[in-house]
Structures are given as structure tokens and as C-alpha cells.
Design a protein around this ligand. Sequence first.
Ligand SMILES: [Zn+2]
Ligand SMILES: [Zn+2]
Length: 370
Amino acid sequence: MIITGDNIISQPGKPNNEIVVNLHMHTAYSDGSGSHDQIADAAIETGLDAVIITDHNVLVTGKEGYREKNGRKVLVLIGQEIHDQARKPQKNHMLVFGAEKDLAPLASSTQQLINQVRAAGGLSFIAHPYDPALPTFNEDDISWVDWSVSGYTGIELWNAFSELKMVVHNKLEGLFFALFPQLIAHGPAQQVLAIWDDLLKQGRKIVAIGGSDAHALPMSLGPIHRTIFPYAFHFQTVNTHILLPQGLTGNIDTDKKMIYTALSNGHAFVGYDLPQSTRGFRFTAQTKEQHGVMGDTLSLDGGSVTFQISLPVPCECKLVHAGGDTIICKGNNQNFTHITSVPGAYRVECRVDYLGKQRGWIFSNPIYIS
Ligand SMILES: [Zn+2]
Ligand SMILES: [Zn+2]
């Protein structure tokens, strides 16, 4: 049943302070072209609240903190993207946040890496789970293949940079999308959505994040030199929106802890902010006694649960029950309500028309009904 109307979405004590974070990106410490300062400037310019920089197999120290410019500030956090460099091709990339030590030497065993990240109090996310080969540009398939692992925090549902490998088939198309990067994004790969729903159907709690994988690559074509996909472009596209129990305080330790705790709880959604800002999206659930946001678990206790979806602008959306029926929320409404007594993981998916195509816009983390 779908009923629409004005619903109360916020609840006292529940995380409702939204921050916009761009995560998964590279500097010149690995295969990116820019510096931490350039990233901070681009983040301030584009209105982000925080960035998490993740160079390959190196934990860069001394770069975390608040950066300020023109009266605006951004929190710069440092993580790592770890993979086994001895393995060819280089499968199984993992994003690590908050472990506070270099765990790259453990990369040869993905399960051991996950275990040690957890033991260090960190978060681990499977990066670009589906990342096909692109022979024209000598790019290998670097998908995740060790699906027998367990204990990781979640997956990078949408990787803005690896999506390029799915839309480009030859050099001409490569040039075209370098000039018109706003035409690249369509949404998370269907393969990744299917893997995620399958894991959720098994009863596992898997947090979804969206990463830019920004590199700010230099390109030369005859006399023309330019940076393709600059950081500032990426920061306006696929972001992870995180719900905090209170606003950022300006204290690095407090805020970092708050952000990583919210991420590990799945209090977040993935938003493609280029067509239209996704700020303000909310997905909540209520039973007689409990109230939950994205990432929370509520128990039915023989009763029913009421889901509420609130969109930044009127739009159609889908309430996806992993392994069950998908409920289409029809009509150009801004609020949707759905009542059910069927347990499982429920997530919201919205698409919008942008530049002549329907494109992914909002992908919520699930609310788990036990
Ligand atoms: Zn990677
Ligand atoms: Zn990367």
C-alpha cells in the first residue's frame, strides 16, 4: 500500500544532521595528479563538508584536519586503498578508513586484511566490486573476486570513475567523455546492485557507499593539455551523504569518530548530485515502539512497520525489498509511505531524467526488519 502526504521524518535523538562527503580519491602520493591542498580547495569550492583521500597502498600521515578558505571549511580525512600488488591482474581493491595504521602489507590475504582492519577499529569497503577490462586503454578487469570473505563493513555501490570503463568502448568515445564528463554517469552497475541485494537477502548487513575514485588525470592531445575529470568535477557528482547525531563540531577527533561511526552503522545514502542536489533525502521506519533511519534494524514483534520516504523534489522511486517484491512509488510526490509486516532488508532507489537519459540519483542504505 502506498499512501502519500506530509510525514514527520525527523525524530528526536535520531541522526538527522546531513553532511556531504566525497570519498575514495587519489593524489600524487599514488596515481592521482593533485595534492591534498588542491583537493581541499576543490572541496571547499564545491561545498563539500568532508573528503576521504585514499591513496593506493600508502597511509599518508600529517594531512588530516580542517582546511579553511574564504570563510568556508572542509574536513580532510585520510584512508587507504589496499590491494595485493604482486597479484596480476590486480583484483580485490579495498578501501580502509580509520584503521590508523598502514595495513597494506596484509593485502595478500583479503580475509586477514578485513580482520585486521576490524581489530584496529577501522572500516573496510570493497572498492569497485565490478570493474571490467578496457583493452583499448590497456586497462585490466580489476573487479573484486574473493566473495567468500566476511566481516567487512560494506561495498562501494557506485564508483564514478570505473563507470567510465562501462560507457567507453574505443578511443573516440574516450575523448568524447573526457570533453563531456557529465554524460558518463548512469548509476551503479547492475552487477553490483545484484550482488548487494543477494548479500542482503542472505541476512547480511552490508553498508553501501558511493565513491568518486577521482584522479584528476592530465591529458595531452597535440598542443592541448588539460586535466580530465578534475577533483571539482567529481565532487559535484557521486557523493556519500552521511547522517550524524549532531552537526560537525570543528574538532577533528570528535568529527572523525562521528563520521566513521555513522558510516559503519550505514546511516548514509549515495547521491548523484549533478542533476539535482540530493540533500534532504530521508528514509525512515517506524513500528509501535521503535523508530529507525537508514542502516538501523527494527523488529516486527508480530506487528507491522511503516516506511517513510521523503525526497528533495517530487520524483518517482522504488522501495526494493531484497529478495522480495519491489514496490513502485508512483506519481510525482515528495513523500511516500508503505506499511508491511514482511521482514527483510528494504532500500530506496530513485532515478531522474538528466541530459536525455534516465540516470541513477539516490540509493539509500537499507533498513533491516527482523
Ligand atoms: Zn581501485
Ligand atoms: Zn581508487
